[in-house]
Design a protein around this ligand. Structure first.
Ligand code: GDP
Ligand code: ZN
Length: 459
C-alpha cells in the first residue's frame, strides 16, 4: 500500500518568498538529485548536510541554477524516507527547470499533500497532526498558528488517546462481566462504574466540542459585515481596521482556492471582511431587498458591525436595520463623536436591547481600541488563548466528536434501561472507534486520500 517511488515538487516554505525549494522524497531521491548536481557526490555525503553546487542538464551540460542542496536520509526525515531539498533562488522559471530535470531522471510529480501523506502512512505523524500541517499553511494569525502547532505537536492526539484508553478499560470491564457472569456483585458494581466512566468521557468530549466555535474562528476568521446607511463612516471603519492592524492577505499557491481574501488581525483574532451578497459595506441593503431578506443575508456573518451617526437623528432606515439584525451577533458603533451630539443615545440603547454600544470617531481615531477589545471579548470572553487550550476547529473532528457523544449517550441509556451488557459494550466500542478516526487509527483509505488531496502541492 505504501508507495516508495520518489516524488518531487516545488515546495516553498512558509513565509519565505525569495527562495524556492524543490523537494524530493523516496528511495531514489539522492541518486536522482546527484545525476543533475555538479559539486560533491551526494551519494557519499553524510546525512543532514547541506552542499553548494550547480544544477546542470546532463545532456547539454548547461547550467540551470546555482543551488544549496540538503541531503537527509531516512528515517529521521519528515516523510521517514530519503529526502533531498534543492534550494533555488533564481525565480520561478529556473525552479521549474530544476523540477523538470529531476522528473526527467526518475522522480514523479507529487500529488497535493503527498509528502505529508507519506509522513502519515509511514507512521511519522498521525492524522490530526497531518491536518495541523494543512492548518499551518493556511493560518491567518499567530494565534491560529499556535493552535495548529499545538496540534502538530500531538496535543489533541494525546487527549484523544487518553479518552480512548478510558473507554477501552471500560470495555475490558464489560468483557470480564460477560466472561464471569456468575459474579453477581461484580455485575452490579460495574454497572454503576460503567455509567460513571462513560459519563466522564462524555463530559470531556463535550468540553472539547465547546472549543469548536473558537477553533473555527481562529481557523477561518470571524465573518464580519459592516452595515449602516450612507455616510455614517463604514468605509472609514474598514480603513481603520486595515491600517491599524495590518491587513492579512492570503494567497495560497497551488490550490484551486487561489483567492485573495481580506483579513485583518484583531488581537490575534482574524477578522474576515466578507463580501458575499453585497453584505459588506451595505449602503441600502434594507431598502433594496427588504428587512426579511437582508436578515437572511446577514445571518451568514458571525459578526455585524452596525454604524450610526452621532451627529444625526436616528432615521427610519436605522430602525429598520435594528430590526434586520435583531437576534444576530452585532455591535453598535456610534461614529463621529467629534460632531455635536444629535442622536438620542437612550433610544439607541433601547433598540440595541443589551448589545454593546461603542461611541467612536474615525476622524479622531477614537474608539478602535474599545471596539477591538469588545470583539475579542464577544468571541473569546476576552481570553484569546492560542497557547494552552486545544481548540477543535476541524469540521471532520467536530463531526466525529458529536458522533462519539451520541454513542456514549446510547451506552448510558442502555445501561440505565438495564439492557444486556454486551449491547452497552457495542456502543462504547463504537465511541472508541469514532475517536480513533480523529487520529487516523480507524479510518478508511478513501477518506485519507480525500483529506490529503486538500493540501497544497509540495507539502
Ligand atoms: P460610508 O458611506 O458609511 O462608507 O461612510 P464613509 O466612511 O465614506 O464616510 C462618509 C464621510 O464621513 C466621509 O467624508 C468621512 O470622512 C466622514 N467621516 C467618517 N468618520 C468620521 C468621523 O468620525 N467624524 C467626522 N466628522 N467625519 C467622519
Ligand atoms: Zn462607503
Amino acid at each position: 500500500m505504501i508507495d516508495t517511488d520518489t516524488i518531487a515538487a516545488i515546495s516553498t516554505p512558509l513565509g519565505e518568498g525569495a527562495i524556492a525549494i524543490v523537494r524530493l522524497s523516496g528511495e531514489e531521491a539522492i541518486p536522482i538529485a546527484s545525476k543533475v548536481f555538479e559539486g560533491k557526490n551526494l551519494n557519499e555525503v553524510s546525512s543532514h548536510t547541506i552542499h553548494y553546487g550547480k544544477i546542470i542538464d546532463p545532456e547539454t551540460k548547461e547550467m540551470v541554477e546555482e543551488v544549496m542542496v540538503t541531503v537527509m536520509r531516512g528515517p529521521r526525515t519528515f516523510t521517514t524516507e530519503n529526502v533531498v531539498e534543492i534550494n533555488c533562488h533564481g525565480g520561478l522559471a529556473s525552479v521549474n527547470r530544476v523540477l523538470e530535470l529531476v522528473l526527467g531522471y526518475g522522480a514523479r510529480i507529487a500529488e497535493p499533500g503527498e509528502f505529508t501523506k507519506r509522513a502519515f502512512l509511514n507512521g511519522r505523524i498521525d492524522l490530526s497532526q497531518a491536518e495541523a500541517v494543512m492548518d499551518l499553511i493556511r493560518a491567518k494569525t499567530d494565534k491560529a498558528m499556535n493552535v495548529a502547532l499545538k496540534q502538530l505537536d500531538g496535543k489533541l492526539s494525546k487527549l484523544v488517546e487518553k479518552l480512548r484508553q478510558e473507554l477501552i478499560e471500560t470495555v475490558a470491564h464489560v468483557e470480564v462481566n460477560i466472561d464471569y457472569p456468575e459474579y453477581d456483585d461484580v455485575e452490579e458494581m460495574s454497572h454503576q462504574m460503567l455509567l460513571e466512566r462513560t459519563k466522564k468521557v462524555y463530559d470531556q468530549v463535550e468540553k472539547l466540542l465547546e472549543t469548536a466555535k473558537q477553533g473555527k474562528i481562529l481557523r477561518e476568521g470571524i465573518k464580519t459585515a459592516i452595515i449602516g446607511r450612507p455616510n455614517v463612516g463604514k468605509s472609514s471603519l474598514l480603513n481603520a481596521f486595515v491600517q491599524e492592524t495590518k491587513a492579512i492577505v492570503t494567497d495560497i499557491p497551488g490550490t484551486t482556492r487561489d483567492v485573495i481574501e481580506e483579513y485583518v488581525n484583531v488581537r490575534g483574532v482574524p477578522l474576515r471582511l466578507i463580501d458575499t451578497a453585497g453584505i459588506r459595506e451595505t449602503e441600502d441593503i434594507v431598502e433594496r431587498i427588504g428587512v426579511e431578506r437582508s436578515r437572511q443575508a446577514l445571518k451568514e456573518s458571525d459578526l455585524i458591525l452596525f454604524v450610526l451617526n452621532y451627529g444625526e437623528k436616528l432615521t427610519e432606515e436605522d430602525r429598520k436595520l435594528f430590526e434586520a439584525v435583531d437576534g444576530l451577533e452585532y455591535i453598535v458603533i456610534v461614529n463621529k463623536t467629534d460632531l455635536e451630539q444629535v442622536i438620542d443615545l437612550e433610544e439607541v440603547e433601547r433598540l440595541a436591547n443589551g448589545k454593546k454600544i461603542i461611541t467612536a470617531s474615525m476622524k479622531e481615531d477614537i474608539g478602535m481600541d474599545q471596539l477591538e477589545a469588545t470583539i475579542a471579548e464577544t468571541f473569546f470572553e476576552g481570553d484569546i488563548d492560542g497557547g494552552d487550550l486545544t481548540y477543535i476547529s476541524n469540521v471532520r473532528h467536530i463531526q466525529l466528536l458529536k458522533q462519539t457523544m451520541q454513542a456514549l449517550k446510547d451506552a448510558e441509556q442502555a445501561m440505565e434501561a438495564q439492557m444486556p451488557i454486551d449491547l452497552v459494550q457495542m456502543d462504547v466500542t463504537r465511541a472508541w472507534e469514532l475517536l480513533g478516526e480523529i487520529i487516523g487509527d480507524t479510518v478508511q483509505e478513501s477518506l485519507i486520500d480525500q483529506l490529503f488531496s486538500q493540501f497544497c502541492l509540495g507539502k
